[in-house]
Design a protein around this ligand. Sequence first.
Ligand code: IFM
Length: 466
Amino acid sequence: MTALDPRPRTTTPLRFPAGFRWGTATAAYQIEGAAAEHGRTPSIWDTFSRVPGKVRNGDTGDIAADHYHRVSEDIALMRRLGVTDYRFSVSWPRVQPTGRGPAVRQGLDFYRRLTDELREAGIRPVATLYHWDLPQELEDAGGWPERETARRFGEYAALMAEALGDRVATWTTLNEPWCAAFLGYGSGVHAPGRTSALASLRAAHHFNLAHGLATRALRAALPAGSEVSLTLNLHAVRPHTQAPEDLDAARRIDAVGNRVFLDPVFHGTLPEDLVRDTAPVTDWSFVRDGDLRTASAPIDSLGINYYSPTVVAAGSSPAPSPWAGAERHVRFLPAPGPRTAMDWPVDANGLHELLVRLRDDLPGVPLVITENGAAYDDYADPEGQVKDPERVAYLRAHLAAVHRAIEDGADVRGYFLWSLLDNFEWAYGYSKRFGIVHVDFATQRRTFKDSAHWYAGVIARGGLEA
Ligand code: IFM
């Protein structure tokens, strides 16, 4: 068994269950551009990307993949792929520029048009309400470490449900709150770039609260049959050895990387060990009575974003660290095997491990892979082709791992490939290409990579060939 191919080759094609959802995913700030059009105001990423040294090459999302002006063209790409679902995010500052008050009509119109055209193309719209682009005004008022931001998010969710409830099939409240809380407020490598362990833990709690308030608001306004979900980038944590110190390192990362969200959302509790680990930073008195009950409002599925596993041993990690309460006890080791252009190890077994764990820990909760994919240094050759065999190998191995998890009893309902288009990869700017469609950012020309042709075949067959 190798990291690239987690199961022995068989001659039997791997068919996915009937009704399995096949999708691609994107996020507003990464593709839309049109940063100052029709009343949109700056988000924390507009601000952060202008701070010298924060984003590679000084790149910003001002134009990105210009999706705002190319919706129909991009939906035509999805038609060619044959996807059943499309996961996108709503830019909060485009629809409610100050994070307060009524919605801006033109902002809503953009998402009305997007969802209408998707439905005409027979593609289910899957909308994420928060993929990291907080209106700057709310950050200026304190951002996610402040409780008020969660309240504002609940109101924004109500407004969106009212406007698009008849068009969107699945609503995801938050995308990867771990990154937003711990990279945004802990290590500071993401917007808004703060470096405070306390702020990161407060933000994590307010994300849980915001998720609960939004779930309640969505349920109150949505028609029957709409689904509500949450997407987490769960860490497939592996101890380097079975030594007690390494096992403790893995426990700490599981607490502050995974259970910090899983426990409040699915059990209405805070992980006791996390509270102990973080005692030097906080007594968690910002968690008020009733918050955890609100956070644990039932949802219809859990979205999982997976890219690579996390191998840890006893040690310490450099400051500023995103790992509040674990930073002086844990060091991170490179997992063996091939790597993507992000220098992330390719290891599909980690996805299988995660899914099997969730099968056991969250019985009855349907699972959806809401992101999985890889960056490579792709380019269009003189014949106009983009050959990306490593990405095809990565995707094949990860889909095989999902299939194996389903055979092992995990209730996985769908797979969204990250990403439809090359796009703004946060602190890496445009230097990393995750798309299965190549974007020439000078001309905005879109070209199917080999992986896009391959994925279209997978969708058409409903699985992997032998
Ligand atoms: O591009 C990001 C996405 O916005 C969130 N999940 C991980 C992707 C790759 O880094």
